[in-house]
Ligand binder design. Structure first.
Ligand SMILES: Nc1ncnc2c1ncn2[C@@H]1O[C@H](COP(=O)(O)OP(=O)(O)OP(=O)(O)O)[C@@H](O)[C@H]1O
Ligand SMILES: [Mg+2]
Length: 324
């Protein structure tokens, strides 16, 4: 993946203290006995793109729903631009734009009518929203679809319309819940460019995604969430340092290679194993490969190696839970 990181100034956590736009304090949401979000405390800075990564059911959407005033916390609190998400929920809804995980479109209305309706809900004046509709349709490449019936749109087009809807009232904070799911590679890249452009304008964003390259490219900082708790939080670069080792050796085997034998070796810094696949983290790549072929040649189906990626870190931190 060689898509370049933009050269514009990104927030550095070592720079002068940036202002906090979103603050979560022990934010918690239970659904009966399910702890969907479990005492999450976070500060998200103005203009930052904050990535929220986590396995299915980790609590990402629930956090976004609470922060956008759509779900009430069980306990704890949060502020968006100093507005309390419960007490000032009307104001919060005005400030934020939300791209929900599932598209919410009115089937009775055309594309531009959907946008107009949403703009009116936000109290926009006609002169402002007509201009904004033209702008957002151009932004998502749907100018020629303005009179279409949403039912006739492809899945990706529906997604783009949902994104346009979130932007219509020119929000200062944007929540993007898996925005690129279902988009083709060109549309995905075009949206990445637009997200970066919005960030340059100072819009603060929380982005959830299951695409690690997307998170790595776009996000200033990433929080990894599992079972409602933030289990790691840092810049993508720092997160990758969690895997102490210069190389990840990925071994596919016949199911007879015992990972515990490898784990005990001094040149194995760490290891993750699932069925017939083992990821070995090591600073001694040559030694590890030579050992593997000397001792397990008949069991090994393939060996691959690469620098640690964000996906390796994500799997390392969350895979044990999945195996449960
Ligand atoms: N309305 C609801 N009623 C009951 N349980 C819910 C409800 N919404 C979410 N949950 C539960 O809360 C937990 C967190 O769900 P959430 O949708 O926030 O996860 P997520 O991280 O967004 O997952 P995904 O990656 O699959 O979108 C899950 O256990 C889910 O089943
Ligand atoms: Mg979700």
């Amino acid at each position: 993946m060689t898509y370049p990181k933009p050269s514009h100034t990104r927030i550095s956590i070592t720079a002068a203290m940036p202002s906090v736009e979103i603050k979560l304090e022990k934010l918690t949401k239970f659904f009966k006995e399910v702890k969907a979000v479990d005492s999450v405390s976070l500060e998200i800075y103005k203009g930052e793109i904050f990535g929220l990564l986590g396995p299915n059911g980790a609590g990402k959407t629930t956090i976004i729903r609470m922060l956008s005033g759509l779900a009430r916390p069980t306990s704890g609190s949060a502020q968006v631009a100093e507005n309390d998400i419960v007490k000032d929920s009307v104001k919060v809804r005005r400030i934020v734009g939300v791209v929900p995980q599932s598209n919410v479109l009115d089937r009775e209305l055309t594309v531009s009518q959907n946008l107009r309706y949403h703009a009116k809900l936000h109290g926009m004046k006609k002169s402002r929203y007509e201009k904004s509709i033209t702008n957002v349709l151009a932004l998502v490449g749907m100018k020629d679809k303005k009179d279409s019936d949403p039912l006739t749109l492809s899945g990706g087009m529906k997604r783009r319309l949902t994104i346009a809807k979130a932007l219509i009232h020119e929000p200062e904070v944007l929540f993007l819940d898996e925005p690129t799911t279902g988009l083709d590679p060109q549309s995905k890249r075009a949206l990445w460019d637009r997200i970066q452009a919005l960030s340059e304008k100072g819009i603060t964003m929380i982005l959830t995604t299951h695409y690690m390259e997307e998170a790595e490219l776009l996000c200033d900082r990433i929080g990894i969430i599992d079972k409602g708790k933030i289990i790691a939080l840092d810049t993508p670069r720092e997160l990758k340092k969690i895997l102490k080792g210069e190389a990840v050796i990925e071994v596919t085997h016949d199911g007879k290679l015992d990972p515990q034998v490898l784990e005990a070796l001094d040149f194995v810094g760490g290891l993750d194993s699932a069925q017939d696949n083992i990821h070995i983290y090591t600073t001694q790549k040559k030694k590890a490969i030579s050992y593997l072929f000397t001792n397990f040649e008949e069991n090994i189906l393939s060996v691959d190696f690469h620098e640690p990626t964000l996906e390796d870190v994500f799997l390392h931190l969350t895979v044990k839970e999945l195996k449960g």
